[in-house]
Design a protein around this ligand. Structure first.
Ligand code: ZN
Ligand code: ZN
Ligand code: ZN
Length: 121
């Protein structure tokens, strides 16, 4: 499939950003993208109603639970409690629950090229 010019540019930009991020944080959690949580959508409509009522849910990322999602610093028990309950910064790299720019790995761009009529498949 072909991509529009700005999509190609966005993808290039993303590839550079993610390469930079990986170089800086080689041990970040790939499963959650250094967010520390995973998002999923659940159907909250009453069972059997046949309706679809999506709710955005959030869960802790099990892959990096107990360590920093970005620098993989392993927390001691006290550290872990403070980290989870008081939303403490990572004592090693300063990761702060996505509050700071660069806490999370860059997201891949959304490609909507297939919607474009400029591209013939
Ligand atoms: Zn595209
Ligand atoms: Zn994770
Ligand atoms: Zn860290």
């Amino acid at each position: 499939m072909k991509h529009l010019e700005d999509c190609v540019a966005r993808t290039k930009k993303y590839e550079m950003a993610i390469a930079e991020f990986e170089e800086r944080w080689p041990d970040y959690c790939r499963d959650c993208g250094a967010i520390g949580a995973v998002h999923y959508t659940e159907n909250m409509s009453p069972h059997g109603s046949g309706r679809y009522w999506p709710m955005e849910m959030q869960d802790v990322c099990e892959s990096c639970l107990g360590s920093c999602p970005r620098c993989a610093h392993e927390f001691g028990e006290d550290e872990h409690m403070a980290f989870v309950e008081e939303m403490m910064d990572c004592p090693k790299c300063g990761w702060q629950w996505g509050e700071n720019q660069g806490d999370e790995a860059p997201y891949p761009p959304v490609c909507l090229c297939y919607l474009s009529r400029d591209i013939r498949m």
